[in-house]
Design a binder for this molecule. Sequence first.
Ligand code: NAP
Length: 275
Amino acid sequence: MTALPDGTLIPVLGQGTWEIGDSLRTGDAEQAALSRGLDLGLSLIDTAELYGNGASERLVGEVIQGRRDEVFLVSKVRPENAGEMSMMLACERSLERLGVDRLDLYLLHWESRHPMDEIIAGFEELVDEGLIARWGVSNLDIRAMTIMEGIDGAEHCQTNQVLYHLGSRGVEFDLLPWMQERTMPLMAYSPLGRGELLEHPALIAVADRHGATPAQIALAALMLREGVVLIPKASTIAHVEDNAAALEIQLDGEDLEALDRAFPPPTSEQPLDII
Ligand code: NAP
């Protein structure tokens, strides 16, 4: 578990849902996978109004029916919906699709043409109205985070969800330390590099040493860092079980050196990677 700035504890390993719910054909298997994740303690579920145009939120709603208290539920507002007039309506639509009264965390999906002070005021209003418990951002680089810090209410921002995996470690140079100084967890999206990382020989070699899978090593390596929360997406029970077992893996110095050789840490500032 790790603590948000407001003191709420959240699991360091959760579940993503991008592309989950897109097809009726695979919906049952995806629901079963998310449910299994909840059984295994992967109780943070990340979704967004964007995913499948609401289909992902609807599928998550089915999964958490009767289990609302077990879940830390995260959704995201599309930037164009983050304006004064539109944010509450967007949030209400998300709540309806999810079949819940309140989100645990609501994120700005990426930077918006709406000014940040208006967006923060909108989030604060949603908190006051009880539609969301707290809010955060996504895809903001260190420059945008620093600018935001000067705005009234920004002290209530709970996280920044950004792309972070072994093949994309730029955040380790500046954004991650910046967030660690503020005890604000970094929520790492695409922590498996969308699955593309998993063929890498160095990951396979470390995995073989542990009798583990490359996915487990990719997750375990990131989980070593303080204040990092991972939200891998898995659409099968087998993948969910595999990912949950990453919590048991202890990497040693030799493993970490091998991973650093294959996936060098950043030595200078890099633009934030975004999907
Ligand atoms: P990801 O989690 O890095 O990778 C997902 C891919 O890995 C899928 O193809 C999945 O296959 C596969 N996989 C999962 N577990 C595996 C295992 N144990 N062994 C082998 N393969 C495995 O990619 P992602 O979906 O892009 O990122 C995760 C979540 O982050 C998203 O679902 C979404 O919630 C969030 N996200 C947020 C943003 C943003 O802008 N804020 C952007 C991208 C993603 P199966 O599906 O077949 O299991």
